[in-house]
Design a protein around this ligand. Structure first.
Ligand SMILES: [Zn+2]
Length: 444
């Protein structure tokens, strides 16, 4: 992959320029030349390197960059566009977060409380950090963005060192990719959810991640002087609002309005169910996850994934959200009769679209738009359903994974269902060992 090598080289050059104290431009040109002719360091470059090691390693105020690349970095595809930067909050302590982000390749950078910047995925490559996302009608924001995780919580604040480092990193990336301030968004602005038990339409409010980076004061501290003033997707009706408070925090017209909305998250009773406060209101997309624990008034504890009938969870139940979930876990199959009695109950407005894939117990597979309303009404218990993916079909002698998915074959969001039923992602599949009959599904 000659082109890929050249791009990597240029990116490395640019990356190193993030650290003006450690390497001079001249030595870079030399280093680049050496790499291009395939030789080791030129003699004067080796000499310069020796001298440099005696100097202080970086100028003051230049953040401390730490290479902490994900094992997935090497096989990640190069992004075709870079239009946005998405800001996230880790919702957990630095060590655990870094391990999780590295293991999944779930961000390009992480900025710690002390201002250290960890490099996880090279900035020109694909990282799956935003998951199901939409901005201005465009989906799959991961294909067009750089993701920065900031250690902290969505209602918290950032440290002085974090704002200095973040400003430096954002300035560098804004310059390199020509990104405007109002294209620097929070994960909560772009994440959206497919229909579920609480909302029958596609909705905004799946996550509150990175919410604090909509605050004009915090934005000013990291060098951002513009912010989107409304949500282009709820405005046009592509999505509905599923978290009214979040909408106020992100796009509230006055500071008072924003502060009032934030208070609803931080009051001591804010994680207790009432008639007006549902599991969704407290935990959003994590409401039915194993990591979310419901403590009932009688002291019994249930995990989100153990609850089948939500009407049986009474007011007064305390909800504690576990640590942050990775954005790109396989969303998995739903089952008629178990997760809902009809397809519409499970998939909402998407039930009869091509992106609702039905797996019948006799082995037949159909997309929602290939089934009549009668067939969709008469689905038998045990029929499995996958929502929000494109059915790519089976791999055969004349149909390779590449011919089905194009360049998406190795995207972490592309899933392979092997003939033995196992599911593996584009991150892990070996392109030479995909058995015939493997079914490929990729994100819409
Ligand atoms: Zn996030």
């Amino acid at each position: 992959m000659w082109l890929e090598d050249i791009i990597r080289l240029l990116e490395r050059t640019a990356d190193a320029l993030e650290q003006p104290g450690t390497t001079s431009r001249r030595s870079f040109v030399l280093g680049t030349a050496a790499a291009l002719v395939g030789s080791a360091l030129l003699p004067e470059e080796a000499e310069a390197k020796k001298k440099r090691s005696n100097r202080p390693s970086r100028a003051q105020n230049t953040p401390h960059f730490i290479d902490s690349y994900s094992p997935k970095n090497n096989r990640r595809p190069i992004r075709s566009h870079t239009d946005y930067i998405i800001l996230h909050t880790t919702e957990g302590p630095a060590d655990g977060s870094l391990n999780r982000l590295r293991a999944g390749g779930f961000a390009h950078y992480m900025v710690d409380k002390d201002g250290s910047i960890y490099r996880i995925i090279e900035p020109h490559k694909y990282a799956n950090h935003a998951g199901r996302s939409m901005w201005n009608g465009r989906t799959n924001i991961d294909n067009r963005s750089i993701g920065i995780e900031v250690v902290g919580t969505y209602t918290g604040n950032i440290t002085g060192s974090q704002s200095t480092s973040l400003k430096y990193l954002l300035d560098t990336l804004k310059n390199r990719y020509n990104i405007k301030d109002d294209h620097i968004l929070t994960h909560s602005m772009v994440a959206y959810g497919n229909p579920n038990k609480w909302h029958s339409r596609k909705h905004r409010g799946r996550k509150r991640c990175g919410m604090l980076f909509a605050d004009p004061d915090i934005r000013a501290r990291i060098g951002l002087h513009n912010c989107p003033s409304y949500d282009p997707d709820t405005k046009t009706g592509r999505l509905v609002t599923a978290d009214a408070y979040l909408a106020k925090v992100l796009f509230g017209k006055t500071p008072v309005e924003r502060e009032e909305a934030i208070k609803t998250y931080t009051r001591p009773e804010s994680n207790i169910l009432t008639t007006g406060r549902t599991p969704w209101d407290i935990a959003q997309e994590q409401y039915d996850k194993q990591s979310t624990v419901y403590t009932l008034p009688d002291g019994r504890m249930l995990r989100g994934n153990e609850i089948k009938d939500w009407r049986l969870i009474p007011s007064g139940t305390r909800v504690s959200r576990g640590e942050y979930q990775s954005p790109e876990e396989f969303e998995g199959f739903h089952e008629i009769g178990k997760d809902g009695s009809t397809a519409q109950e499970i998939a909402g407005e998407l039930y009869n679209r091509a992106t609702a894939i039905y797996f019948f117990s006799d082995g037949k597979i159909r997309e929602g738009d290939q089934l009549s309303e009668q067939q969709l009404d008469a689905l038998s218990a045990g029929t499995k359903l996958l929502v929000g993916y494109v059915y790519g079909g089976k791999v055969s002698a004349n149909r390779s994974a590449f011919s089905i998915t194009g360049t998406r074959w190795n995207h972490p969001t592309t899933f392979y269902r092997l003939p033995d039923g196992k599911i593996t992602s584009g991150d892990d599949i070996d392109s030479k060992k995909i058995p015939k009959g493997t079914i490929i599904m990729f994100k819409d």
